[in-house]
Design a binder for this molecule. Structure first.
Ligand code: ADP
Length: 349
């Protein structure tokens, strides 16, 4: 509200400046013309009297004609100068309006994302805490049999895991802002992905996974903690943004000194215009379909930063007939010891 009033005020000031400048330009133009005409009339009088008294063949007559021509060309130069300056001023003003508008839009968007983030984080923290509290209260109040205790404890553990993952994402994204050090070691991506899938299969019994990998899929040098977060975020998103029973296909293959991991779902998909934006911190696609899902908008930001730190890239492709494919490319030749330095260089402070 305050911002939009400020923007309106700046537009009024700019419009006033434009009008004032246009008025001064017209005034300058007419005054210049008047001055020129007065000078020319005087000159014409002098020429007429020279012709009358001495005839048109005198040196003074030639001089006066020459002076009149000079006067005219000077006047024309001045006219162009006024026009040029007016144009430069208008261009500067238009650029100014554009910059104000762009800055304002960015500010509004980042405020919207921060508000979104705060709302979702509050919700994300509150609901597992409330569930755990309820379970503990039930334990205290009631004498439960063994199987009920196991069931409740499993639920509490699930919620604790959810909290743990959320706090992990928060910590990681805070660290990424500072100087996160890659801890390079040999990582078996295939093993990592398969382990995560087994974990997720337990947590989401309705989701099905299919892993295809080429024989001799090689290991890479990478940061296990970071890469775990990458694949966990991507797999959880694939489940979360599939409407009913998620079917997720993971393809691991090697091509031209690079490892590729495709995580394909058949979910709601990501519109083309959002494909770049989803990597921004706190960004969530604003349709109702996604709004009903839980999230903080941190996952893909973390994924993108960590993949870049490994000198890799992530691409969002459309799956057929529907859904998303997250394609991760990781170079095989990340040298040991280069990791930390490369990371600092690539992640903006
Ligand atoms: P979060 O899932 O916490 O909202 P992310 O950073 O992981 O945040 O994702 C950002 C946004 O990208 C999500 O809000 C969602 O709109 C979109 N998105 C991410 N992964 C998928 C996917 N597999 N299918 C459809 N949309 C996705």
């Amino acid at each position: 509200m305050k911002n939009s009033r400020l923007r309106l005020l700046s537009y009024i000031v700019i419009a006033y400046m434009l009008l004032a400048f246009a008025w001064w330009s017209i005034l300058l133009f007419t005054k210049n013309k008047d001055a020129f005409q007065a000078k020319r009339e005087l000159m014409d009088l002098r020429i007429a009297s020279e012709i009358q008294f001495n005839g048109p063949n005198t040196a003074l007559y030639q001089l006066l004609i020459e002076e009149e021509r000079e006067l005219e060309s000077k006047y024309q130069v001045q006219e162009w100068m006024i026009l040029g300056e007016a144009l430069v001023f208008i261009v500067i003003l238009i650029v100014g309006i554009y910059l104000i508008d762009r800055g304002y839009r960015k500010e509004v968007e980042s405020a919207r994302q921060r508000r979104n983030f705060l709302l979702s984080i509050t919700h994300e923290l509150k609901s597992p805490i409330a569930s755990i509290q309820l379970i503990l209260e039930t334990f205290l109040k009631r004498d439960l049999n063994r199987s009920a205790v196991t069931k409740f404890s499993e639920n509490a553990l699930k919620e604790t895991k959810r909290l743990y993952n959320l706090v992990n994402n928060l910590l990681l994204s805070a660290k990424l802002e500072e100087a996160y050090q890659l801890n390079m070691e040999e990582v078996d991506i295939s093993l990592l992905v398969n382990d995560l899938i087994s974990e997720l299969e337990e947590k989401h019994p309705n989701a099905t996974f299919q892993v295809n990998e080429t024989a001799d899929f090689p290991n890479i040098d990478g940061d296990l903690y970071g890469l775990t977060s990458v694949f966990l975020n991507l797999l959880e998103n694939a489940i979360k943004y599939s409407k009913n029973d998620a079917h997720i296909e993971v393809n691991l293959f090697e091509q031209e000194e690079n490892l590729y991991v495709d995580i394909a779902d058949r979910g709601i998909g990501i519109p083309d215009k959002e494909k770049k934006m989803v990597f921004q911190k706190f960004y969530r696609v604003g349709s109702e379909d996604t709004r009903s899902t839980k999230g903080t908008g941190l996952g893909l930001y973390i994924v993108d930063q960590i993949i870049k730190a490994h000198r890799g890239s992530i691409k969002i492709l459309d799956n057929q007939p529907q859904g998303t494919i997250m394609r991760i490319q990781l170079p095989l030749s990340i040298l040991h010891h280069q990791g930390a330095a490369a990371f600092k260089r690539q992640v903006p402070a």
